[in-house]
Design a protein. Structure first.
Length: 236
């Protein structure tokens, strides 16, 4: 496509956002999918194990993505190319993500235990997970229990998200960061950085932090209404 643009002189910009999370202002999002599913399962103590603790979660907020796209579309100096909207090297790992979420939820909901998820070798993890999927489907076929049918559908949905949590992609975005700085007035993406003293991830440019904003939203909205009830959060 870029070769075609160079030959024809077309003025086209291709934007490649990575995983888009909730707003950096209030954490709001339309759908609680992808990493929210893993937060919810951990909060409900239904996720006993996971793989790839060093896999990086490249998450950027939806409002920042919109601001960058709007900034590029309102000026004509940048003629064509690809802009990757990502956190890149500043993204966090599965283990950091889990540890910070567990610390946050246990400190604000002390009556609800947030299970410590065990990180297993990927081969072992996949074998355990898919054997569980097969077992649940088999028992459902034999018994036709509606609860097992619901669980089987949930596991099938979760399987679609596994590549996101167990893959080992890291998006290179240094050139795109330079283009954003040159052609727009937008700041770098709010990212999920580690604050080692209290094991809570927070953004250096925001006193509250993008990750804390997302987690606040999950409690305030009960994961977008996916939970009927849970212990109200205590004051930090």
């Amino acid at each position: 496509m870029l070769d075609h643009q160079r030959r024809t002189g077309a003025h086209t910009i291709v934007f490649e956002p990575t995983i888009i999370g909730g707003s950096s202002k209030d954490g709001a999002t339309r759908k609680y999918n992808l990493f929210y599913v893993f937060l919810l399962l951990g909060f409900c103590n239904k996720l006993p194990f996971l793989a790839a603790p060093d896999n990086r979660l490249d998450i950027v907020p939806v409002d920042w993505v919109g601001e960058v796209i709007a900034a590029f579309m309102t000026q004509s100096r940048f003629l064509f190319g690809v802009v990757r909207l990502a956190a890149g090297e500043k993204s966090i790992t599965n283990r950091q993500f889990h540890d910070a979420a567990r610390h946050f939820y246990t400190s604000r909901c002390p009556r609800r235990r947030f299970r410590t998820i065990r990180f297993l070798p990927e081969v072992v993890f996949r074998a355990l997970f898919f054997s569980q999927v097969v077992a649940v489907k088999l028992v459902f076929m034999l018994t036709r229990r509606q609860s097992l049918g619901k669980r089987a559908r949930g596991l099938a949905t979760l399987a679609n998200y596994l590549p996101f949590m167990t893959g080992r992609k890291r998006f290179a975005n240094a050139r795109s960061e330079a283009l954003i700085a040159e052609y727009t007035d937008c700041p770098p993406a709010p990212v999920l950085l580690e604050h080692c003293e209290n094991r809570v991830l927070r953004d250096d440019n925001d006193s509250k932090g993008y990750f804390l904003t997302l987690l606040d939203d999950t409690l305030r909205t009960r994961f977008g209404g996916l939970l009927d009830r849970f212990d109200p959060p205590s004051r930090p």
